[in-house]
Design a protein around this ligand. Structure first.
Ligand SMILES: Cc1cc2nc3c(=O)[nH]c(=O)nc-3n(C[C@H](O)[C@H](O)[C@H](O)COP(=O)(O)OP(=O)(O)OC[C@H]3O[C@@H](n4cnc5c(N)ncnc54)[C@H](O)[C@@H]3O)c2cc1C
Length: 370
């Protein structure tokens, strides 16, 4: 007899929405909740690497991403004035707006029969050994066979069930992100390098848009004055006089157009479950973004968890198998991402070739089947 019939997924981000969809496809009853009142239509872009697209294709969602996103397979390096320095092939990837990806994943989950509720969180849960009894923020109560904590890097559920031990730590960099109109020069993953070592990354997220990001080193998490992100980013990128950068910055007129956040990371050792509560995505493993893989790892987690839970006769075995199948791969990406982050902090220009070699080696690793 199947051990798992009814699952609660807490968090409908990239990992949670994909898990809700994949588990419905595996025949489970899925209830998915998110604390946010609605899916954000703002936000930046995300790069879906080859392995991420492969996982999405397995779920039947690859085509939808390609239709609204922008595929590319080139890596280009420019100097800060916009002169092309070098180009080489990159693994085929798809850039996409985060809001567009969220729509695809959530719609797929709902169409497959998952119940998705926003503006809802849990206030308490207790694992009886046979079920998880959950109290919701709107006063309702319900019982589930398994609860999936997909509530992101600052997971409250991880804190409650695993304790403080596996909290986040600051990685030594903060990230500035903003969207812009797509310039013709940006036909792949582009890095603009300034003599100071500052690097600005850009990739397309649709046939009309691109996403720009800049990583800033600091010993402690940076705090920026409220309402000034759009002014500060101009100062930070002052030495980039490439016309496409200047034009993009000119389009930024308010602080809401710039997303700033410190990079906080975590890696929970396996197993990723305690009793019937299991971690997925950033709640279990949040790498720095240098391998553009955190979302991809969350999507792969969802596929594997659905596979483990779908036909299992033992919750303990299914959840144990899930993190066993995932941990080495996720740790490899976490370690490589952190090393790239540390290389930049030490000396981005001097470590450029070392970082490029690590990136290529890790891309090859990612190409292996999950
Ligand atoms: C700067 C940056 C760039 C990145 N670029 C890439 C990239 O190019 N490619 C890539 O693959 N990855 C990238 N990532 C990583 C990627 O964004 C994350 O790994 C991914 O979003 C993780 O998905 P998730 O579902 O685990 O968490 P999230 O996407 O954070 O979703 C968590 C969800 O849980 C909800 N939630 C939180 N608390 C509660 C609660 N108490 N109750 C209910 N719901 C709750 C939140 O509202 C949210 O919707 C990047 C990350 C950063 C920081």
């Amino acid at each position: 007899m199947k051990a798992v019939k009814r699952v609660l997924v807490v968090g409908s981000g990239i990992g949670g929405a994909t898990a809700a969809y994949a588990m419905r496809k595996a025949g489970l009853d899925v209830h998915c909740i998110d604390i946010k009142p609605e899916t954000s239509m703002a936000g930046s872009g995300i790069c879906l690497l080859n392995n991420t697209m492969r996982a999405l294709e397995t779920l039947g969602l690859g085509k939808a991403c390609l239709e609204v996103g922008m595929p590319f397979s080139l890596f280009r390096e420019f100097d800060s004035s916009g002169q092309l320095m070098r180009s080489h092939p990159a693994p085929p990837s798809c850039g996409i707006r985060r809001a567009a990806l969220a729509c695809i994943l959530e719609s797929a989950a709902i169409e497959a029969g998952a119940v998705l509720e926003k503006n809802l969180s849990i206030t308490d849960l207790s694992d009886t050994g046979h079920s998880v009894e959950v109290k919701f923020s709107d006063g309702r109560e319900a019982s589930y066979d398994v609860v999936v904590a997909a509530d992101g890097v600052y997971s409250k559920l991880r804190q409650k069930v695993f304790g403080e031990e596996f909290g986040t730590k600051f990685a030594g960099q903060s990230v500035w992100r903003f969207n812009a109109r797509l310039p013709a020069e940006v036909d792949g993953f582009c890095l603009f390098r300034a003599p100071s070592g500052k690097t600005l990354g850009i990739f397309p997220t649709s046939p009309e848009t691109c996403y720009m990001f800049y990583l800033e080193n600091s010993a402690n998490p940076l705090r920026i004055p409220e309402g000034e992100a759009h002014l500060i980013i101009r100062e930070r990128l002052a030495e980039f006089d490439a016309p496409i950068v200047r034009k993009a910055l000119d389009e930024i007129t308010g602080p809401e157009q710039v997303i700033f956040r410190p990079l906080d990371i975590t890696l929970v050792p396996e197993p990723w479950h305690r009793g019937r509560v299991v971690l997925l995505g950033d709640a279990a493993h949040a790498p720095t973004p240098h391998m553009t893989s955190g979302g991809g790892m969350a999507i792969e987690d969802a596929l594997v968890l659905a596979d483990c839970l779908g036909g299992s006769e033992s919750v303990e075995e299914a959840l144990g198998d899930y993190s066993k199948r995932r941990f080495t791969r996720v740790k490899t990406i976490y370690d490589a991402s952190l090393q790239l982050c540390l290389n930049e902090q030490e000396d981005a220009l001097a470590n450029k070739d070392k970082s490029a070699a690590l990136l290529m080696q890790t891309y090859q690793y990612l190409a292996q089947p999950i």
